[in-house]
Design a protein around this ligand. Structure first.
Ligand SMILES: *Cc1c(COP(=O)(O)O)cnc(C)c1O
Length: 464
């Protein structure tokens, strides 16, 4: 399998190049040259396979030529050994036509573990094959950083730098990042916003000499491997639902919901992908009205979705445009903060996607209502999807599958605000409270961060 850029001006690459890089050199995102197609009987057979076996079936065509089937199988096994349930992604039926897809059974209690645990294994294997080391820099609003530390901490050929906005991540999220004790993990608390941290990471990648010298690579969802890995749970969930359903997806960077589109392009029948956002509703306005207008980021109770620029929307546009890279370049190349999606393109998107938003008020009310109706407590991101699902509805008899992206204990403040009572911290989270933290505070300035990274790397190389 070769991989091409959504903007059509970068040479095709093989899986290992794509795995170990970031955006394509033309500013686009990598996509498979063609989607492998699974037949209906193949997909039906997934209901009799384990999560790991389904992952192997789906992912092997993408890595073939880079990794053997045995290597992939061994990495999948290692990745999901850290999960607290054998089924990896349980589907919880909750009465008529409503199902929760629990994506939070990994080490950091949020769905990013599912991709990052496996991504880390593949990256380590790929680097070893090439005899290389890499520097991974990631900006986080909380969950990605924690999942990256859990997945990449302690790996030999990798140095990991995690940039978070000081004081804007929850205490649990911060401690998940800062208490790992691993020598290769470097935390930076930047006195700014998530957008400042993100801009610095972009600046580091844009410094081509620096990026090349340090072998800089990305593990956020611009990395295609993450999306491919996430498409697996659409297949395993659909196998449980049996009839094509609506998947309601709490959306920030559009990675998780695009993984659903990837599954459909590989042959999985899905009725609709429901894009659920909080007050940062740029994708709802885009998909409903065709106006893609970037505004100011609003802090909400579901911070992992407080995003204005949903990077992976570029991948959906590319597909909706029939893979016409000129269209993608024309629309996205100019970095406009406001663009109009052409009508034919919009209607292609609307065949696949619907969209709805929930305010913080609705999020809290939904946590309460859902607890009263089902006895279950959900986190605020899941609540946004539940609220959107309720507002949008589905045809009678169509199963609704709500992606539950975090464990409620990870967002205790919101849950307490909704229910008026504290949630119990699982032991693995309460243990964090007594561990020593390692973190450096810096002003959000590119030269300072660059110098810090260089100094840490030099320190390591000298064997200290
Ligand atoms: C990252 C995240 C999301 C958003 O997923 P995207 O792939 O960025 O759309 C939703 N919920 C939680 C808990 C997350 O950590």
């Amino acid at each position: 399998m070769k991989y091409i850029s959504t903007r059509g001006e970068a040479p095709p690459r093989d899986f290992l190049d794509v795995l170990l890089s970031g955006t394509a050199p033309d500013g686009g995102l990598y996509m498979p040259e063609a989607w492998p197609r699974l037949s209906a009987p193949q997909i039906a057979r997934f209901s009799r396979l384990s999560y790991e076996e389904v992952a192997l079936e789906i992912l092997f065509p993408f890595v073939e030529g880079t990794f053997s089937r045995e290597e992939l199988a061994s990495d999948i096994a290692a990745a999901y050994r850290t999960f607290d349930t054998r089924s990896i992604v349980p589907v919880v039926p909750l009465g008529r036509d409503l199902n929760l897809i629990e994506l939070f059974h990994g080490p950091t209690f949020a769905f990013k573990d599912i991709a990052l645990q496996l991504l880390a294994q593949l990256i380590a294997r790929g680097l070893a094959k090439r005899g290389e080391t890499a520097t991974i820099v990631v900006a986080t609003s909380g969950d990605t950083g924690a999942a990256a530390v859990a997945a990449l901490g302690g790996l030999k050929n990798i140095e990991l730098f995690v940039l978070h906005p000081a004081g804007r991540v929850s205490e649990i999220q911060r401690r998940q990042m800062t208490t790992s004790g691993h020598e290769n993990v470097h935390n930076l608390a930047l006195t700014g916003t998530f957008d400042d941290a993100q801009a610095i990471v972009k600046g580091l990648f844009a410094d081509v000499v620096f990026a090349r010298r340090l072998k800089l690579m990305a593990v956020n969802s611009i990395n295609l491997a993450r999306i491919l890995i996430q498409s697996v749970y659409y297949f395993t969930s659909a196998a449980v639902l049996r009839t094509p359903g609506v998947f309601a997806v709490p959306t920030g960077n559009f990675g998780d919901v695009f993984a659903g589109e990837a599954a459909t392009r590989m042959g999985l029948p899905i009725e609709k992908l429901l894009v659920a956002t909080n007050a940062n509703d740029i994708m709802v306005r885009t998909l409903n009205d065709g106006i893609h207008a970037v505004g100011e980021t609003i802090p909400t109770l579901s911070p992992a979705m407080d995003i204005q620029i949903a990077s992976n929307f570029e991948r959906a546009l590319f597909e909706a445009a029939g893979r016409d890279t000129v269209v993608v370049r024309t629309l996205l190349g100019a970095n406009n903060r406001r663009l109009q999606i052409p009508a034919s393109l919009l209607s292609n998107l609307q065949v696949r996607y619907s969209a709805n938003r929930a305010s913080d008020q609705e999020t809290l009310a939904t946590i309460r209502l859902f607890r009263d109706e089902t006895g279950r407590v959900v986190d605020p991101h899941t609540a946004v999807a539940l609220a959107a699902a309720r507002k949008t509805g589905a045809r009678e008899g169509t199963p609704m599958a709500v992606l539950s992206t975090a464990h409620p204990a990870k967002f205790p403040e919101a849950v307490e605000a909704a229910l008026g009572e504290k949630t119990l911290l699982p032991e693995r989270l309460s243990n964090l409270l007594s561990k020593a933290e390692k973190v450096a505070a810096l002003e959000p300035k590119l030269p300072l961060v660059r110098a810090y990274i260089e100094a840490r790397l030099a320190h390591h190389e000298s064997g200290n």
